[in-house]
Design a protein around this ligand. Structure first.
Ligand code: NAP
Ligand code: 8YV
Length: 311
């Protein structure tokens, strides 16, 4: 008999088809009455979810036979991992296969903000170029880019910033002496010495509001904040205030505190580029991420070692 699993969000159709080969699926996202669906799914032994939807204790506890939560995403801040561990439920995620994509998104935001790519597009479409050349923009070349979180994705961003001609500095809790970049034990000092600050730590309680008003002020009126980590890592009201009051120069944001809701004030700002949490959002990379979800579930139910368990 095929094991039953609850699928929380609509994965790509070909991945749903792949899951259907080995599992009986309960499609939570389609259920008008989610409680009733979970009641029908009481025999489910797995949850397939996403980084944004996660899996809280209540969802896990609705499934007494649960053995594994497989997450499509490397950030597991929306999964109650401690609760899963307490129940002996395995948790898997999708590290590494998205590093290049998310790093590309970070750099795209950096260039979009500094070179005013969205403004330039509107400038041409609205016929303003016919009247006068567009104002000059700012360069990344020869300027300093602080990276908050030099992990798998942070390192991929660092390589790209260097390729663009920028200088990389970083802050994390631990220095990595094997890395060629200058380490800052203090985030405010890093921000003070940086023209751009790219945030790429995990989310969750340990990093909540790490980017404070003080950090934003240290980055300053000529500084740019790029956040491709989690909205929770930045004090969002402080960010909006700093941008509104000109204490921070610009921002490029892929993630927000209360997705998909974005603070109204940001929508009107021309010095801000906004994205709907699409750091990994390409057919190719999401295909690799979903593939890992399927492979982890198959490994678990075949009694084999998990491919990418959350450490
Ligand atoms: P990773 O390899 O675990 O790297 C995380 C980095 O953050 C490490 O350098 C770590 O260094 C640092 N860090 C952790 N806690 C910190 C703290 N309290 N203060 C300062 N630095 C801290 O993770 P990754 O694979 O690069 O992914 C990072 C995160 O990116 C994910 O967890 C996810 O939230 C986000 N993400 C977003 C998207 C998107 O679509 N926008 C896509 C993928 C991932 P230390 O341990 O030395 O502090
Ligand atoms: C995904 C992400 O968009 O991997 C992560 O942590 O934030 C993204 O790659 C997300 O997990 C899908 O919900």
């Amino acid at each position: 008999m095929k094991p039953e699993i609850v699928v929380v969000r609509p994965y790509m159709p070909r991945i749903i088809a792949a899951l259907e080969q080995d599992f009986v699926l309960h499609r939570l996202w389609q259920a008008e009455d989610k409680t009733a669906l979970l009641e029908q799914a009481r025999a489910a032994r797995g949850i397939a979810t996403t980084g944004d939807a996660g899996a809280d204790a209540a969802l896990m506890d609705a499934l007494p036979a649960l053995e594994i939560v497989a997450c499509m995403g490397v950030g597991v801040d929306a999964i109650d991992v401690a609760h899963a561990r307490g129940r002996g439920v395995a948790v898997t995620y999708t590290p590494d296969v998205l590093n290049d994509e998310v790093a590309n998104t970070a750099v795209a935001l950096l260039l979009a903000v500094t070179r005013r790519i969205c403004d330039g597009d509107r400038y041409v479409r609205e016929g303003r170029w016919l009247k006068a050349p567009m104002a000059l923009t700012r360069s990344v070349v020869g300027r300093r880019c602080g990276i908050l979180g030099l992990g798998r994705i942070g390192k991929a961003i660092a390589g790209r910033v260097e390729a663009l001609g920028g200088e990389v500095l970083y802050h994390a809790r631990n220095e990595q002496p094997d890395q060629p970049y200058r380490y800052y034990a203090d985030l405010v000092e890093l921000a003070r010495d940086s023209d751009f600050l790219i945030v790429i730590t995990p989310g969750g309680a340990a990093t909540r509001n790490l980017v404070t008003r003080e950090v934003l002020d240290a980055l300053g009126p000529e500084g740019t904040l790029i956040n491709v980590a989690r909205g929770s890592v930045v004090d969002e009201p402080a960010l909006v205030a700093a941008l509104s009051e000109g204490r921070l120069g610009a921002a490029g944001l892929d993630v927000f505190a209360d997705e998909p809701h974005v603070p109204e004030a940001l929508l009107a700002m021309e010095n801000v580029v906004l994205q709907p949490h699409v750091g990994s959002g390409t057919e190719e990379t999401r295909g690799r991420m979903c593939g890992l979800v399927v492979d982890n579930l198959r490994a678990h139910f075949a009694g084999k070692p998990l491919i990418t368990p959350v450490p």
